[in-house]
Design a binder for this molecule. Structure first.
Ligand SMILES: CCCCCCCCCCCCCCCC(=O)SCCNC(=O)CCNC(=O)[C@H](O)C(C)(C)COP(=O)(O)OP(=O)(O)OC[C@H]1O[C@@H](n2cnc3c(N)ncnc32)[C@H](O)[C@@H]1OP(=O)(O)O
Length: 218
């Protein structure tokens, strides 16, 4: 039963198809988990997050919303499964692979020059004065940099360090061009770079080290 807070103890563990180590197994790339309307479901959640960021509900509306949100959370709580089988993060047909904790991006190309994507920071990602929060910019770089590293070294990686140079304002609700690429590979180490542009204007740059996980490594 839920009180509206997350309750991991109620998460259902699915036994078959065990993962190995800290990241997902190869079976984690899907277009079907969560069903045909999982994208619409995710978009409604994103719209909720955007609205909440700017909402100032009067008390009577807050009363109503609390009741409705509690009912929604109770319903969602009953559908929780373990992280290895959740659709979130696996649905390559959806923005940010269906992971609503990431700024939504669409990968437009993956080739020898790295990963190219369009990323849109939304109202939820507000830092101030219509600009994206720097932490959310780093989140986008972490995932897209991890992707470029994984492609370069043919294996899942963890971030050892990631620095961001914020060169100019990163606007909200604007499709931005992101590019991440492996600059150098040295054993398990992938030195990875990235940039986000608003048209010709450089918004931010990334300099990161990703390390390929050893088999079974957490
Ligand atoms: C078709 C569709 C495909 C779809 C495709 C989907 C792709 C989907 C992509 C998802 C992408 C998600 C990407 C998220 C990635 C995270 O967000 S991961 C979460 C954040 N990171 C962490 O929590 C990491 C915490 N740290 C650790 O676990 C460990 O320190 C590490 C990073 C795994 C390294 O530990 P380790 O494996 O024991 O390695 P260790 O021997 O210490 O170091 C190895 C080498 O790296 C060096 N090194 C280690 N750390 C550092 C450091 N901070 N600075 C400098 N050097 C370092 C060492 O000096 C050593 O160098 P050498 O002696 O070999 O020259």
């Amino acid at each position: 039963m839920s009180d509206g807070a997350s309750s991991p103890e109620t998460t259902t563990e699915i036994e078959e198809d065990p993962h190995e180590g800290g990241f997902r197994a190869h079976t984690a790339i899907t277009t079907e988990r969560g069903g045909p309307r999982y994208g619409e479901f995710s978009e409604q959640v994103r719209a909720l997050m955007d609205n909440v960021r700017y909402a100032c509900p009067p008390p009577e509306v807050a009363d109503e919303l609390i009741e409705q949100l509690a009912a929604i959370n109770e319903k969602l709580d009953a559908t929780r499964i373990d992280e290895w089988h959740s659709p979130s993060g696996t649905r390559i047909d959806l923005p940010a692979r269906g992971n609503i904790t990431l700024p939504p991006f669409e990968v437009t190309d993956v080739n020898d020059d790295g990963v190219f994507a369009t990323v849109t920071f939304r109202d939820f990602h507000l830092g101030g004065n219509k600009a994206a929060h720097g932490g959310h910019v780093a989140v986008a770089f972490d995932d897209l940099g991890g992707y470029a590293s994984a492609v370069a070294i043919q294996g899942v990686c963890r971030t050892a360090y990631l620095t961001v140079q914020y060169r100019s304002i990163t606007p909200l609700n604007t499709p931005l061009q992101a590019h991440t690429w492996a600059d150098r590979v040295d054993g398990r180490k992938v030195f990875t770079k990235g940039a986000i542009y608003d048209g010709d204007r450089l918004c931010a740059e990334m300099d990161a080290l990703f390390i390929k996980l050893n088999p079974g490594q957490q």
